[in-house]
Design a protein around this ligand. Structure first.
Ligand code: ATP
Length: 257
């Protein structure tokens, strides 16, 4: 595996005195497919915001040995760190291929962009294959199914030569088949990238996580394999419930309740 690992030490994010992330340590090895789970408000998204430079934080976040904290968002992105948000952000009017082509050209000069348009760049072809979107390459992104838009967004990270992918609830709103396909896609991607997934879907986590961190009230409550965290009494108490209980309420429903 050629990816690089993420090392987080004593990460802290405070909003007006409220500790949203409160001394988090993480060691995510290269090629991991790490799931970050935890109740609403546990600090999962804020942690990813801190890693990507979107919120001010204290502590240390190192990727491939280089410190990220204190660097502006665009510098962190250029270091090979990419993220998706809960809502896919693709250019709906443009084709799948154009979306990937633009993403591949991000940060490059106009001359390089012109040269690239003579043919389909190799990394775009590869991203189409990896995401299973080759047959849809000439369709406008706006007509894609919800799941396919999420896969395109992952493809747009891949063509930017991202080495660490941070994905926020990638299967929210997906059908069962789309979830399975997304899990398989993440497995393929994690063969040569480090992948961190924020997720509320416990079935999806059980099927595809290689390792799991449970956050609660801004702190790491538990960490290990799926079996480890499921067996942890503290996790059962605050989040997973007893084996006989239904899965925790998905975030969107919880917010509506
Ligand atoms: N910009 C902000 N200003 C003030 N408080 C914030 C801000 N962003 C997040 N918070 C608070 O920080 C805490 C952690 O929020 P965060 O979104 O990271 O949780 P989460 O674990 O991702 O939750 P969810 O699963 O609901 O997405 C919450 O109490 C939230 O209200």
């Amino acid at each position: 595996m050629s990816g690089e690992g993420l090392t987080v030490r004593d990460l802290r994010v405070t909003f007006d005195g409220f500790k949203a992330v409160d001394g988090v340590d993480l060691d995510i090895r290269p090629g991991d497919l790490r799931f970050l789970i935890g109740p609403n408000g546990a600090g999962k998204t804020t942690l990813v915001d801190a890693v990507t430079g979107l919120v001010k934080s204290a502590g240390s976040v190192r990727f491939g040995g280089e410190e990220l904290l204190g660097k502006p968002v665009h510098r962190i992105a250029r270091m090979g760190i990419g993220r998706t948000f809960q809502t896919a952000t693709v250019f709906e009017e443009l084709t799948v291929l154009q979306n990937l082509d633009i993403a591949a050209g991000a940060g490059r000069g106009p001359l390089t962009m012109l040269r690239r348009r003579k043919g389909v760049p190799e990394q775009v072809t590869k991203a189409l294959e990896t995401t299973g979107l080759t047959d849809l390459r000439d369709r406008p992104a706006g007509v894609l199914a919800h799941g396919q838009k999420q896969w395109l967004e992952i493809g747009m990270l891949l063509v930017q030569n991202v080495r660490l992918l941070l994905l926020d609830e990638p299967v929210a709103g997906m059908s069962h088949d789309e979830r399975e396909a997304t899990g398989e896609l993440l497995r393929r991607v994690s063969e040569d990238h480090t992948v961190v997934v924020i997720e509320h879907d416990m079935d999806f986590m059980r099927s595809f996580a290689r390792s799991v961190t449970v956050l609660h009230a801004g702190k790491v409550l538990s960490e290990g394999s799926v079996a480890d965290v499921q067996a942890d009494a503290r996790v059962q108490e605050v989040y997973l419930g007893r084996a006989s209980d239904p899965d925790p309420v998905p975030s969107t429903q919880a917010q509506e309740a």
